[in-house]
Design a protein. Sequence first.
Length: 112
Amino acid sequence: MFTYLSRRGIRLRTATRLRRVTAALAAVTGGLLAWAAAVPAASAATIPVPGPGGAYRPVPAALPAPVRVITAGGMPGWQITLIALAAALAAATAAVILDRARTSRRTASTTG
C-alpha cells in the first residue's frame, strides 16, 4: 500500500511494542507477587505439639494449659529467588529504556 516508511513511524511502532511488552511484564510480575503474598496465608495451619511422652491428651480444666512456643524464622528460598528475579527484571528494563532513550538522542542530534 505505502512504499515509503519514515524513520519516525518505525520508531513509534518500536516504542509502542516496548510499552506493550513492559506492560505485560508488569502485569505478570504483579500477579506473581500477589500470588506469592497469598500462598503463605492460604497454607497456614495450626499444628498441635505433643506433650511429654509424645501423646496428645486433654489438659484437666483446673490446670492452665501448658504453652509451648515454637519459633521458626527466615525467608523461604523461593521468596528470595522471586525477589532477586524481580530486581533483575526491573534493572534490565530500566537499562534497556535508558539505552534506547540515549540512542534516540544521539540519532536526533547527528541527523539534525
